[in-house]
Design a protein around this ligand. Structure first.
Ligand SMILES: C[S@@+](CC[C@H](N)C(=O)[O-])C[C@H]1O[C@@H](n2cnc3c(N)ncnc32)[C@H](O)[C@@H]1O
Length: 213
């Protein structure tokens, strides 16, 4: 049985946002990931579930797509969307990204859009991505990194959190985290010019990598 987890600050803020904002993304992870028929796919921070539903459609009747999110509001929207579109090979699970409720070596493709910056324990998230992927399984992740260390004063500000940069780290720290998790080669597929947020500059990028066998 899957144990439910909680993270009340993010749950409350994103449940509120699920009622109004249509899109919170910072990249096009799904567009680059090309899910194949029969694949088992996973979206971390699945929000309203659009990417999970599209992955499930590409994976077809022999494939499956999971969405993990902590926000009750987002999960409710996602489940309703899947029901409305009659997409059955999906499951939306309330859980934290730092400890995934999935078997080791069970996933072909992990995607995530503008979510991993939220985690205060990014090493655990990337260790979990490495653990759940099959050998030769792949990830495509869109996220934000900061050009400098984010000042402490932004860390608990709900608006900067929702703008997805309060928890961002530098590219060097980001890439070291992936390397420590076990990903040997990571490719940057797209990357924005740095842009202003508060007193700092950030950049959005999409990266991909394969779990070595
Ligand atoms: C910016 S939204 C992105 C949603 C979706 N991926 C998209 O592109 O529209 C971030 C999502 O991640 C979820 N989230 C943030 N931190 C999380 C965590 N530690 N564990 C699980 N979900 C988390 C939030 O509830 C929210 O739905």
């Amino acid at each position: 049985m899957i144990k439910e987890a909680n993270n009340s600050a993010i749950n409350v803020r994103y449940s509120e946002l699920s009622k109004t904002s249509c899109c919170l993304s910072c990249g096009e992870a799904l567009g680059h990931s090309k899910p194949q028929p029969g694949e088992i796919c996973l979206d971390l921070g699945s929000g309203r579930g659009n990417d999970v539903i599209r992955m499930a459609e590409s994976a077809g009747k022999d494939g499956f797509a999971y969405g993990i999110d902590i926000s009750d509001g987002m999960l409710e929207k996602a489940r309703k969307n899947a029901e409305k579109l009659d997409v059955k090979n999906v499951s939306f699970i309330k859980y934290t990204l730092e400890s995934l409720p999935l078997e080791s070596g069970s996933i072909d493709l992990v995607i995530s859009n503008c979510t991993l910056n939220h985690s205060s324990d990014k090493q655990s998230v990337w260790n979990e991505i490495f653990r759940v992927l099959k050998n030769d399984g792949r990830f495509v992740v869109s996220d934000i990194y900061s050009m400098d260390t984010v000042p402490e004063k932004y860390a608990n500000d709900s608006e900067t959190i929702v703008e997805c940069w309060a928890g961002s780290v530098t590219k060097e720290v980001y890439m070291n985290t992936l390397s420590k998790a076990g990903f040997k080669t990571v490719t940057v597929i797209e990357e924005s010019e740095p842009y202003d947020k508060g007193e700092i500059k950030v950049s959005s990028f999409t990266i991909e990598g394969i779990k070595p066998s």
